[in-house]
Design a protein around this ligand. Structure first.
Ligand code: F3S
Length: 279
């Protein structure tokens, strides 16, 4: 049996970097992450066992003696960042460099009087963080309707950026609607390809595999999406959370088994599945 593990399975560059930065703090005292480091309860619990707790808000950060706090890959807004420093926290900034770049763009452009438009979901922590680096109030757009209704009097110049995980096609459509309104526009495509690359590789792998395993949390929407893509190409696609969910008998006749995993699936879970499918 041939078993092929997708190169893009699991953590993207930014999340892996943040996890590594947290890992370097194991064994030290008073270490926390600002919000759960990834959407995976086992990982958060494991870090807790290793002495790295979670602080959920500025209020909580003010209520405990300051130590070291790790900013997760989504990043945070400037006010929160400054407040943490004022409270005496030592910050380890694990904001993904691709997100950090957006912070710099919006801070600089808004400082020059340009209106910032963020294409993304205003309730997503990454977008909330980006909004907080703008020197003037930004506008957040994620639907055609909002783009059609966008109308800023007295604004001449716009700078459009995107949430890193936004769909590229939809981004283009929304930019097109806004462009027709006649503003002087700078478009900075800040979409990160990690999600798309993972989906493209999963589809290609599912096309040649006899069976496909997709690993990820039950509530992970990006894993669900990966599963749908693989199922379209390969009828024998299985969605599992860990090795425990896998019925190995299903693979006894398969010549080629493909494995991929969602963005918050830890490497040890992927490796465990990879090793055991072969047996
Ligand atoms: Fe990951 Fe950074 Fe892209 S966190 S999805 S590599 S923007």
């Amino acid at each position: 049996m041939e078993v092929i593990l997708a190169k893009t399975a699991g953590f993207c560059f930014g999340v892996k970097r943040a996890m590594d930065m947290a890992g370097e703090q194991v064994g030290k005292e008073h270490i926390y992450t600002f919000g759960p480091i990834i959407h995976n309860e086992e990982v958060v619990e494991d870090l807790k066992q290793k002495g790295i707790g979670v602080i959920h808000s500025l209020k909580e950060a003010a209520d405990v003696p300051p130590g070291t706090i790790i900013i997760r890959s989504h990043g945070i807004d400037k006010k929160t960042y400054t407040k943490l420093l004022e409270l005496g926290w030592n910050i380890i900034d694990a904001t993904c460099p691709f997100v950090k770049k957006i912070h710099r763009i919006v801070e600089e452009e808004s400082g020059q009087g340009t209106q910032i438009v963020i294409i993304g979901n205003e309730h997503h922590p990454e977008v909330e963080g980006i909004m907080g680096w703008c020197k003037t109030p930004p506008v957040v757009i994620d639907t055609d309707e909002k783009a059609f209704h966008f109308d800023k009097k007295n604004v001449k110049k716009l700078c459009i950026v995107s949430q890193t995980t936004f769909n590229y096609k939809k981004f283009q459509d929304l930019v097109e609607i806004i462009t027709k309104k006649g503003y002087d526009i700078v478009v900075r495509n800040t979409i990160c390809n990690a999600t798309e690359d993972r989906q493209t590789e999963a589809r290609a792998l599912a096309q040649k595999a006899d069976a496909m395993i997709v690993i990820g949390g039950k509530n992970s929407s990006n894993t669900q999406k990966l599963f749908e893509i693989c199922k379209e190409e390969c009828e024998n696609t299985y969605y599992i959370q860990t090795l425990r969910d896998l019925d190995l008998n299903k693979f006894s006749c398969a010549g080629c088994v493909g494995i991929t995993a969602g963005a918050s699936t830890p490497n040890n879970i992927i490796q465990e599945v990879h090793t055991n499918v072969r047996i």
